[in-house]
Design a protein. Structure first.
Length: 528
C-alpha cells in the first residue's frame, strides 16, 4: 500500500489544504521524505462530522452479527498490511520491532474481543419490568431498558501506542462496537502509521457496505482540527490519551459547548509501588530487578509506568536499591517517541535531581550521541521531603522514578493519603505483611483503578475484568475504564421504553427474545 499523505473522510481520500507536514524519525532526528501530509482544517472537520451524523442511525441499527464481522474485518485488514505497517511504525516511533509486533497483536485482539462482546449482546443490558396492570394502589406500565450508542465519537490517537491506542485502537474499537461512528485525529508522531491503519479501516467499511461516515481520519494541529472536532455539535463523546494539559483543554471545550459532552481522557499517573517490610526482607533483590525492568520498559513511555516507590526502611531496603541501581545502570538508553517528549523528560528528570533533599541514585547508561535517547534515572528521598514538595508527585513521562524511604507504615499511609488519583497501585507483600496491607488497601481503593500484588503495573491485559482508569488526574472520569470489554460503557446510554407495542421495540427487548440474550426480567436474570 502506498502512502499518499491524504486524510480519509468517509470513502474519499482528501488532500488537506491548511499546510503540510512530514513525518519524523526520532531515531535519526530527521524528517521522513515521503509522503508529504496535507493538514486539515475546520471545513474537513465539518465534512467528516456531517458524514458521521448521517451514518449513525443506519450503522447502529445493523444486525449485531454484521457489526461484529466488521470489527473482525478491520483486524484482518490490519494484519494484511504485514511488515509495511511494522516498519513504518518503527520508523516513526523509534519503538522496537518486537514491541510493535506485540502491539499489533493486542490491537487485533481488542477488535476481536469487541466482536465477541457485540455478538454476545450482554452490553445492551436488556432489562424488562413487565406491566402489572392489577398492582395496587397503582398499576405499573411495561418498562424495558436497553443501552444505545451515544452518537459519533472523536478519538485522539496516543503518541505512545501508535497501534493499540490510535486509529483502530481501544477507543475506536469500543466506540464502533457500541454502534458509534468514529472520527480519529491522527497523532502527529505517527502520521504514516495512522494512514495505513486508516486505509485498512476504510476498506473494512467498504467491504461490509456500511455508510461511509462510519469512519474518518483527520490530520492536523490539535489547536485547529482537534478543538473544532470536540466543539462540533455532531460529536457526542471524546476518547483521549495524552498529557494532563491536553486532556483538560479538550474537557474545557466539551463543557463549554451548548450541549456539553463527556471527554474520556486518560492523562497522568505515577503508579505507586509499596514495598512492605516482609517483602523487602524476603526478596529485596528480585523486587529491585523486576521493578527496574518495569520502569525501563519501552523507555518508560507507558501510562502505567511505576514512577514512585514507597519503601519501608529496614532489612532489605539497601539491597533493593542496589539491585535496582545495578539493573538501571546497565540499561541502554532508549529512543523516545518525539523530540518534544524527550525534552520534557530530560528537563523533568533534571529538576527532580536538583531538588534539595533528593539524591540521584542512578542516571543510567550514557546515550552517547544518539538523538532523543533517554537514560533511566532513579532518585531517593524521604517521606518528609516528598510530602513537602508537590512537584515530586508529578508524572515524569519516561524511565525515571522516585524512591521514598518511609520510617514505618504510618508514614507510608500518610504519603499514600496525599497522592492524587492513579491508574494503578502495587503492593509487594511478604507472608507477614497482610496486616499492613489491610490498612493500606482502603486508601488505595480510593486512589486507584487497579490494585496489584507482587507484580508490576506495566502490561495491561485486554479482558473482561480489566480496569484501566482511576480518579483524576489519571483520568477525567473514574467511573469508566479505557481498556477491556467494559470500556464500551463509555459510549452507551440507557433508554427506557414504556408501553411500546412489541413490533416497535428494539429486537433486544422484544417478547420473543429474537437475539437470544440473557435478560433481566422482573429483577431476575433469565436465560434465553
Ligand atoms: P498531548 O500533547 O496531550 O497530545 C495528544 C493529542 O492531543 C495530540 O493529537 C494533540 O494534537 C492533541 N492536543 C493536545 N493538546 C490539545 C489542545 N489544547 N487542543 C486540541 N488538541 C490537543 O500528548 P503527547 O503529544 O502524546 O505527549 C506530550 C506529553 O503527554 C508527554 O510528554 C507526556 O508527559 C504526556 N503523555 C502521557 C501519557 C500517559 O499515558 N500518561 C501518554 C502520552 C503522553 P497536536 O499534537 O497535533 O497538537
Amino acid at each position: 500500500m502506498t502512502l499518499t499523505g491524504d486524510m480519509l473522510i468517509g470513502a474519499s481520500a482528501v488532500r488537506g489544504s491548511a499546510g503540510t507536514q512530514r513525518a519524523f524519525n526520532p531515531s535519526t532526528n530527521a524528517e521522513i521524505a515521503e509522503p508529504i501530509f496535507g493538514l486539515g482544517d475546520a471545513a474537513d472537520v465539518e465534512r467528516a462530522a456531517t458524514l458521521a451524523a448521517a451514518a449513525f442511525d443506519t450503522y447502529r441499527s445493523l444486525p449485531l452479527a454484521t457489526r461484529a464481522a466488521f470489527l473482525e474485518t478491520i483486524a484482518e485488514k490490519i494484519l494484511a498490511l504485514g511488515d509495511t505497517l511494522i516498519t513504518r511504525a518503527h520508523e516513526e516511533s523509534g519503538l522496537p520491532i518486537a514491541r510493535l509486533q506485540g502491539e499489533r497483536g493486542r490491537t487485533v485482539g481488542q477488535l476481536r474481543l469487541f466482536a465477541k462482546v457485540v455478538r454476545d449482546g450482554h452490553f445492551l443490558k436488556a432489562t424488562i419490568d413487565p406491566a402489572q396492570s392489577r398492582r395496587q394502589p397503582l398499576p405499573r406500565a411495561d418498562l424495558r431498558l436497553a443501552k444505545l450508542p451515544l452518537g459519533p465519537v472523536a478519538v485522539f490517537g496516543a503518541s505512545n501506542f501508535p497501534l493499540a491506542f490510535s486509529v483502530a485502537g481501544g477507543d475506536t474499537a469500543a466506540a464502533l462496537a457500541a454502534g458509534a461512528p468514529v472520527i480519529v485525529k491522527a497523532h502527529s508522531a505517527h502520521l504514516g502509521t495512522s494512514e495505513l491503519v486508516g486505509r485498512a479501516l476504510q476498506q473494512a467499511v467498504q467491504a461490509h457496505g456500511l455508510p461511509e461516515g462510519v469512519f474518518s481520519l483527520l490530520i492536523g494541529a490539535g489547536r485547529q482540527i482537534g478543538e473544532a472536532l470536540v466543539a462540533h455539535p455532531a460529536i457526542q463523546a471524546v476518547g483521549f490519551t495524552g498529557s494532563r494539559q491536553g486532556g483538560l483543554a479538550l474537557q474545557k471545550i466539551a463543557n463549554a459547548r451548548h450541549q456539553p459532552i463527556p471527554v474520556y481522557a486518560e492523562m497522568s499517573s505515577i503508579n505507586p509501588v509499596f514495598l512492605l517490610p516482609a517483602a523487602l526482607a524476603e526478596r529485596a533483590e528480585s523486587i529491585g530487578k523486576g521493578f527496574a525492568a518495569s520502569l525501563a520498559l519501552g523507555a518508560g513511555q507507558f501510562c502505567t509506568n511505576p514512577g514512585l516507590v514507597l519503601a519501608c526502611d529496614g532489612p532489605g531496603f539497601a539491597s533493593f536499591l542496589k539491585a535496582t541501581h545495578d539493573a538501571l545502570a546497565a540499561t541502554p538508553a532508549q529512543t523516545m517517541l518525539t523530540p518534544g517528549i524527550h525534552a520534557v523528560y530530560q528537563t523533568g528528570a533534571q529538576k527532580v535531581g536538583a531538588t534539595p533533599g533528593v539524591e540521584t541514585a542512578v542516571f543510567g547508561a550514557d546515550a552517547g550521541d544518539r538523538p532523543n535517547a533517554a537514560q533511566a534515572a532513579l532518585y531517593v528521598t524521604d517521606a518528609a521531603r516528598f510530602l513537602a514538595t508537590p512537584t515530586l508527585r508529578e508524572e515524569m513521562f519516561g524511565p525515571a522514578a522516585i524512591v521514598v524511604r518511609t520510617r514505618d507504615l504510618q508514614e507510608m499511609l500518610q504519603v499514600a493519603e496525599q497522592l492524587e488519583g492513579q491508574l494503578t497501585a502495587t503492593l509487594q507483600l511478604g507472608t507477614a505483611d497482610h496486616a499492613d496491607a489491610r490498612r493500606l488497601l482502603p486508601v488505595l481503593e480510593r486512589k486507584a483503578g487497579r490494585i496489584l500484588v507482587n507484580g508490576f503495573p506495566t502490561g495491561v491485559e485486554v479482558c473482561h475484568a480489566m480496569v484501566h482508569g482511576g480518579p483524576f488526574p489519571s483520568t477525567s472520569n473514574a467511573m469508566f475504564t479505557s481498556v477491556g470489554a467494559e470500556s464500551i460503557e463509555r459510549f452507551l446510554r440507557p433508554v427506557c421504553y414504556q408501553d411500546l407495542p412489541d413490533a416497535l421495540l428494539p429486537a433486544a427487548l422484544q417478547q420473543a427474545n429474537p437475539l437470544g440474550l440473557w435478560r433481566m426480567v422482573d429483577g431476575a436474570l433469565r436465560q434465553p
